[in-house]
Write a protein that binds this ligand. Structure first.
Ligand SMILES: Cc1cc2nc3c(=O)[nH]c(=O)nc-3n(C[C@H](O)[C@H](O)[C@H](O)COP(=O)(O)O)c2cc1C
Length: 187
């Protein structure tokens, strides 16, 4: 991605729901995750980690979504379960950004969760700046025991976001209308 004005790059970021191969390769992903981790982080606790699911590993992830759906809604139809299963297959790579907050004498849990949110957005931005497409998604299944078990989450860990990554495909989203930020100046 080129451009002289870094703010132009930031303003130009759009979520990309359609993502194709290739996803970032391991070296490229490493660079993205290091950049994503350079976020405000009270106490330098690094209260997040990344779970990377790529290629064929997305199929069992989708199976875990569907199993969670079946557990939550025993009357769900096969078509509904199939639709849930495909949620894992919307990109060639999904990175689950996992918040890992712990009780701390000086850094409240909410601040640790906020740092994890920053890391998730840092990953979205880093991907954009390197020319990849990204989209932050969530979903109830991120909290479902079957999905948590599939990801190997420990008690107290939380899925902050599913960051779908790949090469932008599909229509280019229309430019975001410049919205005036809500600003109050105190004088
Ligand atoms: C915490 C969080 C969760 C989100 N979850 C979803 C989601 O599950 N599905 C979805 O379509 N968009 C979700 N979004 C919104 C998209 O990531 C995206 O921001 C939105 O489609 C607007 O596109 P834009 O980023 O190009 O402005 C979420 C955003 C955030 C910050």
């Amino acid at each position: 991605m080129s451009g002289d004005d870094p703010l132009e790059l930031l303003r130009g970021r759009r979520s990309r729901p359609s993502l194709a191969a290739p996803a970032p390769d391991p070296d490229e992903l490493h660079d993205l995750l290091v950049a994503a981790s350079a976020v405000p982080d009270h106490g330098r606790l690094r209260p997040w980690r990344f779970v990377v699911i790529e290629g064929p590993a997305l199929v069992p992830l989708g199976d875990s979504f569907a199993a969670a759906h079946a557990e939550r809604s025993p009357d769900a139809t096969p078509a509904e379960l199939a639709r849930t299963r495909t949620k894992a297959l919307r990109a060639p790579m999904v990175v689950a950004v996992v918040a890992t907050p712990h009780e701390h004498p000086k850094v409240p849990m909410w601040e640790q969760r906020a740092a994890a949110v920053c890391a998730a957005h840092g990953l979205v931005l880093a991907a954009h700046l390197r020319g990849f497409g990204a989209m932050w998604r969530t979903g109830w299944y991120g909290h479902a025991p079957k999905v948590r078990a599939h990801l190997g989450l420990y008690d107290g860990e939380e899925v902050t976001g599913w960051i779908y990554l790949g090469t932008p495909a599909g229509p280019v989203p229309s430019p975001r209308p410049d919205a005036e930020p809500s600003v109050t100046w105190l004088g």
